[in-house]
Design a binder for this molecule. Structure first.
Ligand code: NAP
Length: 526
């Protein structure tokens, strides 16, 4: 559906996804290398908290490191305490009445400008993602492109929602429905899409007329600081948002529990999401509303490879879904459920491809995989590999990668039983569990045998099986004969079932509604 929208009387072209930069073109490669050098030249700079537009320093600092070379400091940031968190909420609450009255068209214009500024600085943002999040060039490019898409899409969506809505008019009455912003939104973001997810949640908060308190991940605060610069340049008033860097476990509760917090928009792990949901549900003395929680959480995503699959296509799709960004996507394939008829062949072809993957610093475009995000993640992933050695058959992986970065070679475990921890728990690293299925029905049962329900894919040429999976595969994002990662704004609204979250469907037509409340107005005509 094309969205008809106008800004300042001019109609906007229909939304389209931001095209990816082709790094096989020599000039693009050279420009990206320049951007990496420029960003490296800014390593070690100090960034302040922004509270109601004021820069604030704290005594304790938060150091962000390059996961490909942890001895390198990417940025020095402030470590907020609950006192700064509370000030940020107070300041957002004080500015809310003014911001909520800013016309939707003006807010959308600022958001379109945000997208345009990021487009102009795309390679620079790519370079920050390479250096601070360990994304390879194409993964960084996809993240930044998605961020631009969110700006372009939500700007149009806000104009649609601010427009008139078709209502039944009772005889002698004028009947209307209007959408109002909620209040102060606390945005708590993960590191794995340090620009796209942070930006998506923040801009949805702001464009709908709410004020925002942004708490980025402690692993990627520099990208958040750069994003804040863009918001200001795009015209968002300084008091419309605050940027609060610091440890989630120290400032998180203060932000979520604050009396004046109206809603929390969170993306991250299951356990933190559940804690936020629980704390937000308890009203504080004097609180006037039920806090809303929009939470997108973990996944244990499966790809089914049916006996009637195109095996080459399936192997390629599993490879990209399991090991792209080192398996650190909530949508990553961590379980391959393969029909017995193809099982050995599948494993052999996948093993050969996996063993050919290059792992090393994200800066080097020859590497298919960069580092995992930090030392803690490296330790957790290695613990799961040890668990996997007891629970399954190691097909490949486990060899050492030289260099000081947090590198893990891609791992495949075969014959993993459904009750195994490796089949049930989110690893968030390049570790794939492969399990045989007796038939298609069994494969669907195995795929659904999880508390999560985020993404899934099925490789089969049989239309009857596609119809069956459409009904029975219980995930928020289902794909056929393609990988289970790489959701595109506008085409694949994103969000999961069960313990994967509240199914908020980022990048889709329902998303912004969660940041607003609807008011019905009926006027008796004379
Ligand atoms: P995380 O550990 O849950 O952290 C997410 C955010 O929550 C960070 O900003 C973190 O701050 C903050 N936080 C930590 N403890 C908190 C508390 N008690 N109260 C409030 N905030 C707190 O997750 P992550 O490691 O960054 O991200 C990986 C997880 O995100 C995976 O489970 C992945 O599946 C999930 N994810 C889901 C989606 C989706 O759309 N469903 C998308 C991306 C990622 P600090 O960094 O300071 O600890």
């Amino acid at each position: 559906m094309s969205i008809q929208a106008t800004v300042e009387g001019r109609s906007l072209p229909a939304f389209r996804n931001e095209p990816y930069t082709d790094f096989s073109v020599a000039s693009h490669r050279a420009a990206m290398e320049d951007a990496l050098r420029n960003v490296r030249g800014q390593f070690g700079r100090e960034y302040d908290l922004l509270i109601g537009g004021q820069p604030v320093k704290t005594a304790e600092k938060l150091i962000s490191r390059n996961p490909s070379r942890p001895s390198e400091t990417v940025g020095v940031h402030q470590m907020a305490t609950p006192a700064e968190a509370a000030r940020a909420v107070e300041s957002a609450a004080a500015f809310f009445p003014e911001w909520s009255r800013t016309p939707a068209e003006e807010r959308s214009r600022m958001l379109l400008r945000t997208g345009e500024l990021i487009r102009q600085r795309k390679l620079e943002f790519n370079a920050w993602l390479v250096q601070e999040a360990g994304k390879t060039w194409p993964e960084a490019e996809a993240d930044v492109s998605e961020a631009i898409d969110f700006c372009d899409y939500y700007a149009r969506e806000m104009l649609r929602l601010a427009g008139p809505h078709p209502m039944l008019h009772l005889p002698g009455e004028r009947d209307e429905l209007v959408y109002l912003p909620l209040g102060v939104g606390v945005v708590i973001a993960p590191w794995n899409f340090p620009l796209a997810i942070l930006l998506g949640m923040t801009t949805a908060t702001l464009v709908t007329g709410n004020t925002a308190v942004i708490k980025p991940s402690s692993d990627t605060p520099t990208i958040a600081a750069k994003f804040a610069e863009v918001l200001l340049e795009a015209g968002f008033p300084p008091p419309s948002f605050s940027l609060v860097t610091g440890s989630g476990s120290k400032v998180g509760d203060a932000l979520v529990q604050h009396l004046k917090t109206r809603f929390v928009c969170f993306t991250g792990s299951r356990d933190v999401g559940l804690r936020i949901n629980e704390l937000a549900a308890r009203p504080q003395a004097g609180q006037l509303w039920i806090k809303r929680v929009i939470a997108e959480m973990g996944g244990k995503d499966a790809i089914i490879v049916d006996s009637e699959a195109d095996l080459n296509l399936a192997v390629t799709g599993v490879l990209a879904s399991a090991y792209g960004y080192q398996g650190q996507k909530c949508s990553a394939c961590s379980r391959a459920i393969v029909d017995r008829a193809l099982y050995d062949d599948f494993l052999e072809r996948l093993r050969a491809k996996v063993e050919a993957l290059k792992v090393g610093p994200a800066e080097d475009p020859d590497n298919y995989m960069g580092p995992v995000i930090n030392e803690k993640a490296l330790k957790t992933i290695n613990e799961y590999i040890e668990i996997g050695e007891k629970e399954g058959r190691l097909v490949t992986g486990r060899s050492h990668v030289s260099g000081e970065g947090y590198f893990v070679r891609p791992v495949i475990f075969a014959d993993v039983e459904p009750r195994a921890r490796l089949f049930q728990e989110e690893v968030f690293g390049p570790v794939l569990a492969v399990t045989p299925a007796r038939d298609f029905n069994h494969a669907l049962e195995l795929a659904n045998d999880t508390e999560y329900g985020l993404t899934g894919a099925v490789y089969t040429k049989n239309p009857r099986k596609i119809a069956e999976a459409r009904n029975r595969f219980f995930v928020g994002n289902l794909y056929f004969n393609r990988k289970c990662t790489g959701a595109m704004v506008g085409a694949h609204p994103f969000g999961g079932f069960n313990m994967s979250g509240t199914d908020s469907k980022a990048g889709g037509p329902d998303y912004l509604l969660q940041f607003m409340q609807a008011k019905s107005i009926a006027e008796k005509l004379p």
